[in-house]
Design a protein around this ligand. Structure first.
Ligand code: ADP
Length: 166
């Protein structure tokens, strides 16, 4: 039987940190569904379709990856897909509290589903999509943090936003 997992997140946008977790996950699982969340409550720079397209484009050559979007509870999505493992990345201690709460909540909601955590290479352990957006907007070189395709669409997005404002 195929070993499958779901890697859920906002991916706004995908970074080398996410990619690192995906690659490590592929050493453990035959198939990973990258589940891009249709975030309400959270302000996303890229809309759902764009975030899915970015992940698809960057993972195009990775065997064993599927990209899907979902809304609602991750555990419901996992159930629908008949998958019992949720994969998450842990960067710093600061991630721990939120991830711990989330994993235990999900366990309470769906005891059959396990969450497993992987740590990225330390060179990616401080990268977050939020910070990349902030520093990129201020003109920083972000090529060490995100793949070239993501850098291109991020720059286009900021350009588009600036145009809308003026
Ligand atoms: P969410 O809004 O669900 O936290 P993110 O896209 O920010 O969505 O993150 C998805 C998952 O990837 C989370 O488990 C997060 O901790 C992990 N992640 C994000 N950035 C990194 C990184 N640089 N290294 C390792 N894991 C990361």
């Amino acid at each position: 039987m195929k070993k499958r997992a779901i890697y859920p997140g906002t991916f706004d946008p995908l970074t080398y940190g996410h990619l690192d977790i995906i690659k490590r996950g592929l050493c453990l699982f035959d198939e990973i569904i990258i589940a891009v969340a249709d975030v309400t409550g959270k302000d996303a720079l890229f809309n759902l379709k764009e975030r899915v397209e970015i992940v698809e484009e960057v993972t195009r050559d990775c065997k064993g990856i599927k990209v899907e979007s979902f809304n609602g509870l991750v555990v419901d999505f996992a159930d629908k897909k008949n998958i019992r493992i949720i994969l998450r990345g842990l960067r710093m201690i600061s991630d721990f509290e939120y991830e711990f709460q989330m994993a235990l909540t999900n366990r309470r909601l769906a005891p059959r589903i396990e969450t497993i955590f992987m740590m990225p290479n330390e060179k990616y352990s401080y990268i977050s999509s939020r910070l990349i957006k902030e520093v990129s907007l201020l003109g920083a070189d972000i090529s060490h943090f995100i793949p070239p395709y993501v850098e291109k669409v991020l720059k286009l997005k900021f350009k588009e936003k600036r145009k809308c404002k003026s």
